[in-house]
Design a protein around this ligand. Structure first.
Ligand code: FE
Length: 199
């Protein structure tokens, strides 16, 4: 049943927020426009993400729409680490603040959208944020990167000789054997049961 839902299409985005002097961002794959008047978007984010805590406090966020020229290093920076332990924007030069004072990415993106929270829907593991768009700007004509494009063209292929496990949800590769039972995918936060051995 789960595999059937893999047929749904997704994009890839950096969701960013700010809490006082602290900036943070994470990779998400679910952003959609829900209404035109008022202009609203919906964002789904795993509750373990520090970025969500910041959005709950500040009530504002940015979505940077990643384009096909995005290198794997952007996913490593914003996707494989936690902003609780380090500043993910430190040393990253392609950033600017929009009207809400939150960073957006100026490169590897074709647009950014600033929004303020109007509703939050608790979905169990994830939170669905409904935001009203306060600013939106197109940055380039490059195509938006899809989840599928990322897997085929950006994510490095795992070394066939190495033993390890791959996350069926997001493609994160754990190198080593066995996979610890309490392992949590650092990117999508799914448990060890969603991993399968590398072929
Ligand atoms: Fe994962």
């Amino acid at each position: 049943m789960k595999e059937t839902l893999f047929k749904l299409t997704y994009g890839l985005f950096v969701l960013s927020a700010r809490d006082g002097m602290k900036d943070n961002g994470c990779i998400i794959n679910t952003v959609m426009q829900v209404t035109d008047t008022p202009l609203q978007i919906a964002v789904a984010i795993n509750k373990n993400n520090y970025t969500l805590e910041m959005i709950e406090k500040s009530g504002v966020f940015n979505v940077s729409v990643l384009s096909e020229d995005v290198p794997f290093s952007v996913f490593e920076r914003f996707g494989f680490k936690s902003g609780r332990n380090e500043n993910k924007f430190s040393g990253f030069e392609y950033k600017q603040r929009s009207c809400n004072d939150v960073y957006y990415l100026t490169n590897y993106t074709n647009a950014y959208i600033s929004a303020k929270v109007v509703n939050m829907i608790d979905c169990g593991t994830h939170m669905m944020i409904i935001g009203e768009v306060t600013q939106a700007l197109t940055l380039s004509d490059k195509p938006s990167v899809t989840y599928d494009y990322y897997f085929k063209n950006i994510k490095p292929k795992p070394d066939a000789k190495k033993k390890g496990y791959v996350c069926k949800i997001c493609g994160y590769v754990y190198e080593g054997d066995p996979l610890p039972e309490d392992f949590i995918c650092p990117w999508c936060k799914h448990p060890a049961s969603d991993f399968e051995p590398l072929q």
